[in-house]
Design a binder for this molecule. Structure first.
Ligand SMILES: Cc1cc2nc3c(=O)[nH]c(=O)nc-3n(C[C@H](O)[C@H](O)[C@H](O)COP(=O)(O)OP(=O)(O)OC[C@H]3O[C@@H](n4cnc5c(N)ncnc54)[C@H](O)[C@@H]3O)c2cc1C
Length: 378
């Protein structure tokens, strides 16, 4: 019998497991793949996530980004120099997720990998979970099975009709010309953008489309982007990954002791596809709430503890994402105007740097940006 079973050892599940184990709970993590597992992801992450962990995350950091360059059709560049002490990191996901999972194990959690969860069922006051022919029992569960989550909707957690962005990831081994610069290109992708993040020994490159069901010809986009980095047009293996994005406020808990975290909870930013920061934040907040749930004296207290998790994520992430979604809807419909008046403004580089570093939310800039975009269109 465990206190909590965590389904999925990605960034969100590993973070939740770590914070629960560090609070003295008996935690079991079940992960479908063998660890360390491969995860298509740009790996861009605000360094401010460090404040959510008592251990140093730097062993998982591949590259420190000092500036961000935006372009429109590979031209018309805008460079934002990031302020302060290394505000944006590039991580390799196989390393980051494994590293946090190792910290969870060091804090007392048990990790079983290559164990795909088949069923999660309420059983008396607790849960029975089956994986790889075994049955496991717990008092509470954390659903952290990512964008293709089976269990979030089954347990009525989060958005019942998830919205997906389409994303294609490419890893290219190459000499990197500007190792401290992350690039975002807005003109080549309909309803989205492409990125090139430097990492040790190469680039994490990707193409993302965020509104409508746009069918992006990623190969055609990459054939234009890659030569600008000195790479062959067909370099790298292309991996298509649907990405569940934030699309409204929903409860992320149920009263039976289940919570959803990370992509399973549809937390990813619908404008810039930032999913790591909310994955790690939801890992921490879910653990705090489950800690109170497990110590509760009665059902009222237990229910309040888990409702506190949904509320915290709404206040600390969802409110900003509601503005991010509005910005995305206007910006990606008129991206050329958006680029000229949103990104090429004299104050924009500083604002963008503050958003990327996590210092500012979309709510802080949204009303002005949307008014400007609508006014220019009219
Ligand atoms: C192409 C691309 C580029 C991206 N770039 C960035 C970026 O630069 N910065 C950023 O912040 N975000 C980025 N994101 C978003 C980010 O990758 C996700 O938001 C993040 O991975 C969410 O973490 P997670 O732990 O919720 O899910 P995941 O990392 O997907 O982990 C889920 C885990 O659950 C496991 N699992 C699934 N089903 C089961 C099961 N039945 N039983 C047991 N285990 C199971 C999976 O094997 C997996 O290990 C990108 C996404 C894509 C697709």
């Amino acid at each position: 019998m465990h206190d909590v079973i965590v389904v999925g050892a990605g960034a969100a599940g590993a973070a939740s497991a770590y914070h629960l184990a560090a609070r003295g709970h008996r935690v079991l993590i079940l992960e479908a793949q063998s660890m360390p597992r491969r995860k298509p992801c740009g790996g861009g992450m605000a360094a401010s996530v460090q404040r959510w962990f008592p251990f140093d995350l730097s062993p998982a950091v591949d590259q420190v980004i000092e500036q961000v360059r935006f372009t429109w059709c590979l031209d018309d560049p805008v460079t934002a120099v990031l302020p302060g002490d290394s505000p944006f990191w590039i991580v390799q996901r196989s390393r980051l997720d494994q590293f946090i999972a190792e910290q969870a194990v060091a804090a007392g959690a048990e990790l079983v990998d290559a164990a795909s969860v088949e069923t999660m069922e309420r059983d008396g006051d607790g849960w029975t979970v089956t994986a790889g022919g075994h049955r496991y029992c717990s008092r509470a569960v954390v659903v952290a099975d990512g964008s293709k989550s089976r269990f979030a909707s089954q347990l009525a957690l989060g958005n019942p009709k998830p919205r997906f962005a389409s994303a294609v990831a490419v890893e290219v081994e190459a000499a990197v010309s500007e190792p401290n610069t992350a690039r975002f290109e807005f003109g080549l992708v309909k309803h989205g953008f492409c990125w090139a993040f430097p990492r040790q020994g190469g680039y994490s490159i990707g193409v993302g489309s965020f509104i409508g069901n746009t069918d992006v010809d990623a190969d055609a986009v990459l054939a234009q982007l890659l030569p600008s980095l000195g790479l062959a047009t067909d370099a790298g293996e292309r991996i298509q990954s649907p990405l569940r994005v934030w699309d409204g406020h929903y409860p992320l808990h149920n009263t039976a002791g289940a919570v959803a975290v990370g992509d399973a909870a549809s937390l990813c930013d619908p404008f810039l596809a930032e999913g790591l920061r909310p994955a790690l934040l939801s890992g921490l907040r879910s653990a705090e709430a489950l800690d109170r749930y497990l110590a509760a004296d009665d059902t009222r207290q237990a229910g309040e503890a888990l409702a506190g998790y949904s509320l915290a994520m709404r206040q600390q992430w969802g409110e900003s994402m509601a503005w991010g979604r509005r910005i995305a809807q206007v910006f990606y419909r008129v991206p050329k105007v958006g680029y000229q008046i949103g990104i090429k403004r004299p104050t924009a580089p500083q604002r963008i740097a503050q958003i990327l570093s996590g210092e500012m939310g979309y709510g802080d800039i949204a009303q002005r940006v949307i008014k400007r975009l609508l006014f220019q269109r009219g």
